[in-house]
Design a protein around this ligand. Structure first.
Ligand SMILES: [Zn+2]
Length: 231
């Protein structure tokens, strides 16, 4: 008997999830977990609602409720749906739970204290009227490469090029149309190049044992290779 952690993707609590989401994140992991339990393994199938981030703030503003109220309601709706569908979670929690904060902060502090976090100054967009950060996909403008209007701050759907929001011509917020302000701020980054050798060796072991699918190994090694080339 082995102990198996079935770590299911966390549905985002900015609204109720539809059946297509459940088909993607819920059913495959439920089938896997049920099979492993029937085969006699000790399975822990865990997930919860992801209740942080700008889409929650935007949805709450639109409804005139607090982010907490919106997340409470959507958590309840999502849990009711998952229970009614018979999914066999052992634990379904929330990113606003106290132990979630403790575990996340402990991981961050441990990685930082061991020297694997680096600080970099980057330019990011904020909304001048609210002072809140505007994620790239909430900024729209004219593509500097193909000239299409309605290009997003992360990508132009017309020509497919990846963009930086500062590249856009006439950038504006998709939330309220105002021109974003670009400010410099300091962010923490995981020093992936410093961990590349150790992670590469760990992936080699997975590859040799055949425990992981070849496409997962290739995908992971590609990320390591690209991070090693980054400045
Ligand atoms: Zn374009």
């Amino acid at each position: 008997m082995s102990r198996i952690l079935s770590a299911v993707a966390w549905p985002y609590a900015n609204g109720p999830r539809h059946i297509g989401h459940v088909a993607g994140f819920g059913v495959p992991s439920d089938v896997f977990s049920r099979y492993m339990r029937m085969a006699g393994h000790d399975v822990l199938m865990v997930s919860g609602t992801d209740e942080h981030g700008t889409p929650i703030l935007v949805a709450a503003d639109e409804e005139g409720v607090s982010p907490r109220e919106l997340a409470d309601r959507n958590n309840r709706l999502i849990v009711e749906d998952l229970v009614a569908l018979g999914l066999s979670y052992d634990l379904f929690t929330r990113t606003t739970a106290g132990n979630h904060y403790r575990v996340v902060q402990d991981m961050f502090v441990t990685v930082r204290d061991n020297g694997y976090m680096v600080q970099q100054v980057t330019r990011s967009a904020i909304s001048p009227s609210t002072g809140r950060t505007l994620p790239d996909r909430y900024i729209e403008g004219t593509c500097p490469i193909c000239g299409a209007s309605g290009a997003r701050g992360d990508q132009c759907d017309n020509c497919g090029n990846q963009l930086d929001p500062t590249d856009l011509i006439d950038p504006h917020s998709r939330i309220n149309g105002e021109t974003p302000e670009f400010v410099e701020s300091t962010h923490w980054f995981l020093d992936l190049p410093a961990l590349a050798d150790a992670l590469g060796a760990w992936l080699d072991e997975r590859e040799a044992s055949g425990a992981w699918r070849p496409n997962v190994i290739r995908f992971s090694k590609n990320i390591l290779r690209r991070s090693a080339r980054a400045p």
